[in-house]
Design a protein around this ligand. Sequence first.
Ligand SMILES: [Mn+2]
Length: 366
Amino acid sequence: MPKLEEFQKWVKNNDLDIAYVSDFKNIEYFTGFSSDPIERVLGLFVFPNHEPFIFAPALEVEVIKEIGWPYPVYGYLDHEKPYDKIAQLIKEINPNPTKWGIEKDNLTIERFDQIKNHFSNVEVKSNLTDEINRLRLIKTPKEIEELKEAGKEADFALETAYNAVKVGKTEAEVAAELEYKLKKSGVMEMSFDTLIQAGAHAANPHGATDMNKIENNELVLFDLGTVHNGYISDVSRTIAVGKLNEKQQDIFDTCLKAQLKAQAAVKPGVKASEIDKIARDVIENAGYGEYFIHRAGHGMGLGEHEFPSIMEGNDLVLEEGMCFSIEPGIYIPDVAGVRIEDCVHVTQDGCEPFTNTTKELRYAKD
Ligand SMILES: [Mn+2]
C-alpha cells in the first residue's frame, strides 16, 4: 500500500501522534476498501511508529479482510459505542496522544467532541484534508488505467443515449433507457445522476433530468459518467435534434471552439488559471461571456470533484498525472444550453482525454 506508506511517513515527519482519516473516499484511496458508511463510523487511524488500523461497522469487517488489508481491522455492532472502542484501541498503542491530525472538512464537531471526551489533551496539529488532497492530485499510472476504462464506459453510455433520443420522449425516458442498457452490459454504477436536458431546459446548468419532452429543432445536452473500480468518468456532449437556427449553431460552435482550444493548451508547466482563461476568452470574444457561469473544469479521480480547480485565481502549475475536466458551457436563459466536456490526464508534453466520442455537432437520428 504505497500511498498509505507515504502518508505514514508524512505523519512521522510532521511530528503527529495520530492521524484520524474519516472521509470514506480518502479511506478508499489509502486502503482500497470502498464503502459509504452513511451514519455509521468508519475510520483509518495512522501512527508514526506503529501499524495503522481500520475501525468499521461490524458488517464490513469480513469484506475488509477479504480485499487483503494487511493490518488490523476492528468492528463495532450498532448498539455499541464506537468511540469508547476506538479510544481503547488507540490507548493500547499510545496512552496519551496529543498531536492529532484530522480532516477538518469531514470530521463532525459531534465526533470530535467524542474524541476529546476520551483524550483531554487533544491538540489539532494538522488539517489532513490539505495533505490528502495534495497526495490525490497526481494520479499513478494504475489510477490512470482505471480512469481510461471508466472513460470507455462513458463513450459507450453516450452512444447509447444518442440512440435513445427521439422527438416526444422525455429526458427521463432517455436516461432510463441508457441506464438500463448500461446495467445489462455490466456497467453497474453511474458517478452522478445522469443529466439529460433538452432545449431551454439546458440553460440551467445545475438543473436535473425531468419530464421535459424533447422537441424538434433543439439542442440536447448530456452530462454523465460511470464508476470503474472506484474511479469515475465524467463527460458532456450536446447534440442537435432536427435543424438548428443560427443562434443555436453559433453557441454550439463557440463552446466547441473554447473547449478544443483549452484542451489543446493543457501541458505541464501551464497554470490551471490559464486554461480557464483560454476557454473564457473564446466565449467572451463571441459575446457570450455573461452566459459562461462556472469554472472551466474540476479535478477528478475517485471522486467527481477533486483538485485541481481549473479556474481564475488558481495559479497551480499543471504537472504530469493531474486529471481534470475541461467543460466550458454557454447557458442562455429561455433559449438553450450547451456544454462540451472531456476529462483529461496531463502527459509529458500535453494531455490525453479519457473520452473519445466526437465533439463535432451530431444530429440525433429520427
Ligand atoms: Mn464535470
